[in-house]
Write a protein that binds this ligand. Structure first.
Ligand code: SPD
Length: 278
């Protein structure tokens, strides 16, 4: 059986072998399939969140770009990310002391633990504390608590809607310690250019430094997705630290060269991703 994520006039189709899980949470539908070529695939409300074939690209970039842009992160917050993949990547940094994750949907975490153990292993790290709550509420009144905040959200329109507005970004900024860095799932320049533009305008007007980084992910419609990274005190496009040999041996996508290079966007996307200081 073939399944298709249909989005904004595009479709991404994957051949499956078995429907392992279909659950309906208070927030969304959760589906996991085995596939012919791409390992297991997880969909929320019919939108592909990850496949085991290429999830490393997204999770590594979402985690290591902001962590290495910061250089010495100790306290990290993940908003969303209930599959655990971003946690797994953060846990590779021995200097990180505390990892909070705020996921609105406990059933996503349960499904990942049951069917996606290579991602949900991120929850096993003793530094991780899980908060089941709306991330846009959680981040309020946490002044100066985090070195890095990562927003691993679904697309706007579902439970992630509140994670795409300016108030949320202002609250995240307030929750950062001096030197802090944020990174958020920033959609595709081909698929959802209006969302890319919105996020770049918000981050560019709130933070001194901001950039849109491209990530190659063949199982997202249009084959790519973005990470929006921003800080008031660091040029996020340049890593402040680099992986040592041990950490580098655990990575398949992130390199310091990819970190610098991902922020170079194609000519047609320059205006769309330009930080607006207005
Ligand atoms: N268009 C889908 C974007 C999905 C982003 N979140 C993926 C979660 C993987 N940890």
């Amino acid at each position: 059986m073939w399944i298709t994520e249909a989005m904004n006039g595009f479709g991404l189709t994957i051949e499956t072998t078995e429907h392992l899980c279909h659950r309906v949470s208070p927030y969304q539908t959760i589906d996991i399939y085995d596939t012919v070529k791409t390992g297991r695939v997880m969909l929320l409300d019919g939108i592909i969140q990850l496949t085991q074939y290429d999830e490393f690209a997204y999770q590594e970039m979402m985690a290591h770009v902001p962590l290495f842009a910061h250089g010495d992160p100790r306290r990290v917050l993940v908003i969303g990310g209930g599959d655990g993949g971003v946690l797994r990547e953060i846990a590779k940094h021995p200097g990180v002391e505390k990892i909070d994750i705020c996921e609105i949907d406990a059933m996503v975490i349960e499904a990942a633990k049951e069917f996606l153990p290579t991602l949900a292993c991120g929850f096993d790290d003793p530094r991780v504390a899980v908060h089941i709550q709306d991330g846009s509420e959680f981040v309020k009144n946490r002044q100066g608590q985090y070195d890095v905040i990562i927003v691993d959200s679904t697309d706007p329109g579902g439970p992630g809607e509140a994670l795409f507005n300016e108030t949320f970004y202002r609250n995240m900024k307030a929750a950062l310690a001096p030197g802090g860095v944020i990174a958020s799932q920033a959609e595709s320049i081909y698929l959802l250019p209006e969302i890319v533009e919105r996020l770049c305008r918000i981050t560019g007007s709130i933070f001194r430094y901001a950039g849109y980084g491209c990530i190659m992910v063949p199982t997202y419609p249009t084959g790519m997705i973005g990470v929006c990274c921003a800080s008031d005190s660091r040029d996020v496009c340049t890593p402040a630290a680099e992986p040592d040999e041990i950490l580098a041996s655990k990575l398949r996508y992130y390199t310091p060269e990819i970190h610098r290079g991902c922020f170079a966007v194609p000519r047609f996307a320059l205006e769309m991703t330009a930080p607006d200081k207005g």
